[in-house]
Design a protein. Structure first.
Ligand code: BV8
Length: 244
């Protein structure tokens, strides 16, 4: 892969996956011992699995919400926040951070504008009144919905077969971007795995930062392999140097 020339980029879309939070101690999905080895996807990340065994699903997300409370953002999250701060100082520049992750490490790392296309662990969706509420506790004991008091809360995350959030806004940003950067994702799940093709069709440069080649590596102009906590700060320095 030839080195992408860090020319001046005005509109950047960044997609992150579980790999950017791995060094914060958050399990990824497909690594050895990862989340999908401990549980079948069909059982814990589909509406059918939730209908079949709500206790298993609520317990699975309670465990992940508790693990998140013990995790801290890492230099990769912090570097993206630095890029957002510097970008926002320059008129006409736009940065959209789209994450597949349901953790809040981007926000705790300092990012202000984060689009959680697969929802968030710290949000509860009521199956009775469809209200979304900020949520930090467990759900296994069926707490009452803050809006309607019904005991019908589920994790506000997008399961397989459900519609990801804000797809219109994401596709709009992909059509207008001049740089698309994918960080820490295996490229195994759609529609996120197809974003690189949307960006290329729009004429954008495409860069992948990942620990190992993903399923979509061949679709990127450039792939850099290594841990996000090293690659992302290096890349942000490159982009910001070019700008000044
Ligand atoms: C949809 C949220 C229609 C919950 C997740 C049949 C029926 C219905 C749908 C389908 C079907 N067949 C296919 C589909 C589509 C389906 C799909 O893609 N299935 C796959 C299995 C083929 N998708 C859907 O159902 C989606 N909805 O299609 O609706 C539609 C279509 C178009 C437009 C609009 C609507 C909904 C999918 C969402 C599922 N929810 N998560 C939760 O978190 O529990 S999926 C979950 O896995 C993630 O959110 C993410 O999206 C996905 C991939 O995970 P990654 O983040 O990439 O993590 P992974 O472990 O896989 O990889 C980690 C990577 O990091 C690795 O590459 C590793 O090398 C790297 N890494 C590790 N350490 C580091 C590192 N990199 C850097 N540094 C490190 N230190």
């Amino acid at each position: 892969m030839f080195q992408a020339i860090m020319a001046d980029f005005a509109r950047i879309v960044i997609l992150t996956g579980a790999g950017i939070s791995a060094e914060s101690g958050i399990d990824t999905f497909r690594a050895a011992g990862g989340l999908w080895e401990q549980h079948r996807v069909e059982d814990v990340a589909t509406p059918e699995g939730f209908a079949r065994d709500p206790d298993l699903v609520l317990g699975f997300y309670d465990m992940r919400r508790a693990a998140l409370a013990r995790a801290q953002p890492n230099p990769a999250h912090e570097a993206l926040a630095r890029l957002e701060r510097e970008f926002s100082k320059v008129p006409g520049r736009d940065l959209l951070l789209v994450t597949q992750n349901v953790d809040d490490l981007h926000e705790r790392g300092g990012s202000a504008r984060v689009l959680h296309m697969h929802g968030e662990l710290k949000s509860a969706l009521c199956t009775a009144c469809e209200t979304r509420s900020p949520w930090r506790e467990a759900m296994l004991h069926r707490p009452p919905c803050p809006a309607c008091a019904e005991p019908g809360l589920r994790p506000d995350v997008v399961w397989f077969g459900e519609m990801p959030y804000q797809m219109g806004r994401i596709y709009q940003a992909l059509e207008a971007c001049d740089l698309f950067v994918s960080i820490g994702t295996s490229g195994a799940v759609y529609p996120a795995a197809g974003f690189v093709q949307e960006a290329r069709a729009a004429g954008a440069r495409t860069l992948e930062l990942n620990l190992e080649p993903s399923e979509g590596s061949r679709l990127f102009h450039e792939t850099r392999l290594g841990p996000a906590s090293v690659l992302v700060p290096e890349w942000v320095d490159e982009v910001l140097q070019t700008r000044i």
